[in-house]
Design a protein around this ligand. Sequence first.
Ligand SMILES: [Zn+2]
Length: 156
Amino acid sequence: MLKSNNIDFPDLTDKFVKGEKYNKDNKFIDILSKVAIDVSPVGSAKIAACIVIKNKIISFGINQKKTHPFQYKYSKNSMSIYLHAETDAIRNALKFISVDDMKKATLYVVRVKHNKDNHSKLMFGLSKPCKGCFSAISTFNLKRVVYSTDYGYEEL
Ligand SMILES: [Zn+2]
């Protein structure tokens, strides 16, 4: 995992003992954490997502600050879901794969946030998909969803 002066990410090496699936998950969570660091924060959250099929990244998605007021305003409108990292990744993936292929896809989501106790440090945060994103995940019938927590990651 990433180690530097201002990044304090969880050590995910213990996940490797759980088998091949977790080994792959580690890899994509690690990649996403690097992408999330460079995402412009929305509020205090930097969130990145990707769609993976057969160990290959099909697309990325990020939360975008510019769209945040719109998203807030229309949060009860189903269109607003496209502005989150998860749905951005799904939308981008559909440029390359069919709706049917989505059934084989795993969606990874990572949130990076500032440590409350030491604001100059970054750490993992909970990125469990919201209702709107969950609706998109259900609509496209994604195979798996893996999201970051404060201490590592979990599967939906
Ligand atoms: Zn969402």
